[in-house]
Design a protein around this ligand. Structure first.
Ligand code: UGY
Ligand code: MN
Length: 248
């Protein structure tokens, strides 16, 4: 049946819910056999950009003026940087510091989640190094001592890094222990399962494939529903003084 103009997607001043039925594809400069679904960027009020890159066989990304993080959601990608070539399978990820020449390509049909952010350098702190890894290699820890909510930090928690990317897995019925309100903004992609996300003063049913942007101080809470765990990948700005960094 025709959707008669209905969607779960919703754009609000301090948050955005994007569901797959509203995704629009575009090609970013330098992309070859690849398209982008841009989920968030400065035009929205975000200080980073996040997009899903859909690679056709032999597809590749263009360059970026910023730091780049990619998480493989389907298929596999090749990362060439610093004279080395690495293959990343599903759940593999790469962090490339700002200014590092690199090439990201895919030999077969693949999907990756890309996050790019201008780097905020700190005097007397070494800039970050490149990272190539897989989520499976990272140990998880419970959030707020709740074993039914497990977090994996994909990037080192050192002052060199000005953002964090974590995965969070909620057993059915698990939830955040409180409504969070914080200075950091988030970009979130639901990878598995679903539940209810509170954003501001609204509650949204969310499921795998949905994207959420939460602006600074956006009230947020999540509870997992259903019979399978809910899992998401979440970006946040991190480790910098609130007076630094520019609003878009
Ligand atoms: O790291 C976080 O701020 C995380 N707990 N937020 C969230 O899941 N909405
Ligand atoms: Mn949060």
């Amino acid at each position: 049946m025709h959707n008669l103009g209905q969607t779960r997607s919703s754009q609000q001043p301090n948050h955005l819910v994007l569901t797959a039925d509203t995704f629009v594809r575009t090609t970013l400069p330098g992309m070859k056999a690849c398209s982008a679904i841009v989920h968030a960027g400065p035009a929205l009020g975000a200080r980073f950009t996040e997009y899903t890159a859909e690679f056709e066989p032999d597809g590749e990304l263009g360059s970026t003026p910023a730091q780049r993080f990619i998480f493989v959601m389907e298929g596999g990608v090749n990362v060439e940087a610093e004279g080395k070539r690495s293959e990343l399978g599903v759940r593999g990820y790469a962090y490339l510091p700002q200014g590092m020449l690199h090439r990201i390509s895919a030999s077969g049909k693949s999907r990756g989640l890309v996050i790019e952010k201008p780097y905020q350098a700190l005097a007397s702190v070494e800039p970050p190094h490149a990272i190539l890894s897989n989520e499976d290699a990272i140990a998880s820890h419970p959030l707020d001592n709740d074993p039914s909510l497990q977090v994996k930090c994909l990037l080192p928690d050192t002052m060199s890094f000005d953002f964090a990317v974590n995965t969070m897995v909620y057993q059915p019925g698990a939830s955040l222990s409180r409504v969070e309100i914080h200075v950091m903004e988030h970009g979130l992609i639901m990878l598995e399962g679903g539940g209810i996300y509170r954003l501001g003063d609204a509650w949204y049913p969310v499921t795998a494939g949905d994207f959420i942007w939460m602006g600074p101080w956006c009230p947020q809470w999540f509870g997992a529903l259903g019979k399978v765990p809910a899992k998401y990948l979440i970006y946040k700005d991190w480790n910098r003084h609130p007076l630094t960094g520019t609003r878009p």
